[in-house]
Design a protein around this ligand. Sequence first.
Ligand code: SAJ
Length: 423
Amino acid sequence: MKVSVIGLGYVGLPLACAIALKTNHTVVGYDKNKNKIELIKQKKCPIDDVQCAKDLENVNFEISDNVNIIDNSDIYIVCVPTPVLNDYTPDLRPIRNATEDITKFIKKGQTVIIESTINPGVCEEVVVPIIESKTGLRSAVDFDVVHCPERINPGDKYWNVYNIPRNLGATSPEATKKMANFYRSFINAEINEMPNLKTAEATKIIENTFRDINIAFVNELAKSFDVLGIDLMAVIRGASNKPFAFMPHYPSCGVGGHCIPIDPYYLIERAKLSGFDHKFLKLAREINNSMPEYTINLLSEALNNYEKPIKKTTIGLLGLSYKGNVGDLRESPSIKLKNILIEKGADLLIYDPFFPEMSNVNSLDEILNKSYAILIATDHDIFKNITGEILKKNNINIVIDGKNCLNKIDILNSGIYYKGIGT
Ligand code: SAJ
């Protein structure tokens, strides 16, 4: 078969490589980003994915920024972003655009697979109507739509496109079976055939919403235990040795990334259209969105002990990325922290080794040497080696550890003010 992958990002590129390497199907890749196409043609992997970088060396499939390359495919796989707008409502433009592209080429007997994370209803209420209205073809009769939600974990050294189990739903049982077998031809993990599209769409959404509410749970505990004088990290360590029915999550200066803080809104907004108000999910989002501000308040309280305002004090912001050891700014709490500190008139120094162009110092040593207080906003490994001794040598007075990733006791024993989130 001819398989077209639309969107060659952290989901589409590994997928295209896997199909090209593991099957005899003809694979083509389309992405509207010319630079990305050029990079991939030079075998330079534009994403942080060890397996994909390796695969890229060994594959040869056609890619282009010209959409005509997807013409006459048996299977079209959509791997485009599904962000939210400023008011947190779903931004389905990339999905709509990809579907419009497909309508120019789709013929009877062909299949559209959506891998992007979407809320229950998008396939039947957005994708199918666009194709039917533009082509006159009928879904489940002339063409099928399948949803197989992506599960790539950016930066993960073990889990990759080949070994992560997948769930799949479709417009017809025949398509479910056929496409599940297609995925089984290159994935060495369970491919779970689901009853319909909505169950498949709901599955991915609740996986990430589950994570968001559990992080909100410990973030609220952090605020409560800060006033109760209880070390939440010690409590979580204690609860974690329960051999069953407990799953640790950790408080922090905020929840970033393109999945966890976004996916809940897809469900919240769609349920609202049908008259259900997800109070709990919305509260969890409010709590997680409040953590950057809470973190700055901790810094203000710390500075008060030294009778210093944030204004005109040299504050070192360590980390811009939303997640340790990757370079990704999407929904990053660090950006919110940076904006609040600028608004409050801090003499702000910024360092993230993954974003030299956005840093205003050239090294970790430099930011430590020049700062009065530091705020850890990303748990990059390079920051975890900051000891009390290093801080003392650099005359750092205050450490606010937004990712609870430093050694609290060691820093306190060096006579330096340390405050983490809930610890
Ligand atoms: N975070 C916390 N406390 C936690 C865990 C995370 O504050 O206990 C923060 C992180 O600092 C980050 C954000 O939440 O800012 C998201 O962290 P994440 O570890 O969930 O990282 P993501 O966004 O890369 O999430 C991906 C997701 N994978 C897919 O959607 C396929 C998610 O489902 C995975 O659970 C997650 O990776 C993972 O486990 O690493």
